[in-house]
Design a protein around this ligand. Structure first.
Ligand SMILES: Nc1ncnc2c1ncn2[C@@H]1O[C@H](COP(=O)(O)OP(=O)(O)OP(=O)(O)O)[C@@H](O)[C@H]1O
Ligand SMILES: [Mg+2]
Length: 495
């Protein structure tokens, strides 16, 4: 046995991973199981590619006991779908690369098979007869690679925030449509919305939807840069421009050349800096502090604020001309309480994220727990939800239950539902009716129907047209709601 193999085995530790062995020969399956289990791995097996695919799919869908498969060891020659064809299918499912490492095994490997396998993204290629150490080392490398990739993805998501905007409610669908429409253009966008609603995610999604995606997305937190430094941060400075300017420095606008600059918390920028930004937007040129010649830049500007910029304009704290330059396309990100239908999806997503980051298997969440979270108004929006889910995922046992929902959330919801606390939605509706009464002469039945229609339509929108969830929130049976919708002529896309 070569020394190098020994060394690789020695630095080992256990093979902690879930491996699916696919071979039509029972003996091979049994041998591989013995070897791999002996090293600490969990082994599943399949005798056809079709069955293997079923197991892999169940793993991804969360219905496979013990969690998803982490490595596939597959024979090339099989009755029915071959190992190579299976690899091809996996590539399609994974959008170009297989979603898990695959090692192919062949008894009479031709060079062209091996080349094709590698092209398709196979991690390794074993030849029969199998050598025990070759198998163990190859499997260990593949599992390490899989784990490293997973960690890298989690780290990236933590650093940049995942650019994936989750939500199927009507307000969210509208937002996604706006992003798809405006993202690819070079229009300036002003994103407004409460704190924690996802303004930064929207900005990144716009950048990623544009042909600038390959260039920089430079985020500037206008509230965090001290007043006296903001000009040199944004536009750079020449050597000796001020005390401390020992060298020449490029500013953030220059760094974003060809890409996007994201001016976050623009409402907190002081008037002096506003005037300088306005000049760059008007001319497309900037001047470094202490510089003598203008520098041309090609930068798309996306700005965001949780403050009401129009009010700041009225108060004389924000330049009106800059406001109009920035808000070519104004976008408002809806608060989470206006789209309770997205709460369950977001909870699921952030439970999975938290479990993955803490290296534990995903946990289910009880229906009553989700219902309590849906009823809450989320003043801190998605950021608050994300933190609550992280805390609940860590503190709960195997399942997140109603007991795990923080007490302040339960109490806040209870207070709101209490009659003397005023039923938010109903009070609003009555006030609206007072302001805008229905035409006189309508029968009571017609009146009731028009109110019912409005409420059901609005609630369906909030729950992304999920009839079961809407029925539950309205306190009626699903079949009853279906009948009502039919009766009132409510269909998706129009009342
Ligand atoms: N629709 C969404 N889907 C998934 N995650 C979201 C969504 N909206 C927000 N988040 C997450 O919530 C957190 C807050 O989002 P983000 O930083 O974009 O909010 P913001 O509106 O910029 O808040 P602030 O005004 O406080 O800066 C982030 O972790 C982000 O990934
Ligand atoms: Mg932000």
């Amino acid at each position: 046995m070569p020394a190098v193999t020994e060394a690789a085995l020695d630095d080992s530790g256990e093979l902690a991973g879930r491996i699916l062995v696919l071979d039509d020969e029972r003996n091979i399956r049994r041998t591989l199981r013995m070897v791999l289990e002996g090293e600490g791995a969990t082994v599943l097996d399949a005798d056809t590619a079709e069955r293997a695919l079923e197991t892999l799919r169940a793993g991804v869908e969360g219905t496979l006991e013990g969690g998803p498969v982490e490595l596939l060891l597959a024979d090339v020659k099989l009755p029915g779908m071959s190992g190579l064809e299976l690899l091809e299918r996996l590539c399609e499912l994974g959008g170009g690369t297989p979603p898990l490492p695959v090692i192919l095994i062949s008894g009479h490997a031709t060079v062209s098979d091996a080349v094709r396998a590698t092209r398709l993204g196979a991690f390794d290629f074993f030849e029969k007869p199998l050598a025990r150490d070759r198998v163990v080392v190859g499997v260990r490398n593949a599992l390490r690679h899989y784990n490293a990739e997973r960690e890298l993805r989690a780290l990236r998501a933590r650093l940049h925030g995942s650019a994936e905007l989750i939500g199927e409610s009507e307000p969210m669908q509208g937002l996604l449509k706006q992003i798809a429409k405006v993202g690819p253009t070079r229009a300036r966008v002003l994103i407004q919305g409460e704190s924690g609603t996802g303004k930064e995610l929207v900005a990144r999604a716009m950048h990623e939807a544009s042909d600038r995606a390959g260039a920089n997305f430079v985020k500037v937190n206008c509230a965090a840069i001290p007043r006296e430094l903001i000009e040199s941060e944004l536009f750079g400075h020449e050597r000796g421009a001020f005390t401390g300017a020992t060298g020449q420095k490029r500013g953030l606008f220059e760094l974003a050349d060809g890409g996007t600059i994201f001016l976050d918390e623009i409402g907190d920028m002081d008037l002096n800096a506003q005037a300088k930004v306005l000049r760059v937007l008007q001319s497309g040129e900037l001047m470094r502090v202490g510089g003598e010649r203008p520098i041309k830049v090609d930068v798309r500007v996306i700005a965001a604020t949780h403050r009401n910029l129009k009010e700041l304009v009225s108060a004389g704290e924000f330049r009106e001309d800059l406001y109009f330059r920035l808000a070519v396309v104004p976008i408002t990100v809806p608060p989470l309480r206006d789209r309770p239908g997205d709460v369950a999806l977001l909870c699921r997503h952030y439970i999975d994220v938290a479990c993955r980051e803490n290296g534990v298997a995903g946990k289910p969440i009880a229906r009553e727990a989700t219902a309590a979270l849906e009823a809450y108004r989320w003043p801190g929006n998605v950021r608050e939800l994300r933190n609550v889910m992280e805390r609940m995922s860590i503190l709960s046992d195997a399942e997140l239950t109603l007991e795990d929902v923080p007490e302040d959330i339960i109490n806040a919801t209870r207070e709101r539902a209490a009659p003397d606390g005023g039923e938010g939605g109903l009070a609003e509706l009555l006030a609206e009716l007072e302001r805008d009464p229905p035409p006189s002469g309508l029968s009571l039945k017609a009146l009731r129907e028009s109110i019912e229609r409005a409420i059901i339509h609005q609630r369906l929108g909030e729950f992304g047209w999920n009839v079961s969830r809407t029925a539950e929130s309205l306190g009626v049976e699903r079949t009853h709601l279906h009948k009502k919708m039919k009766l009132l002529g409510i269909t998706r896309g129009g009342v």
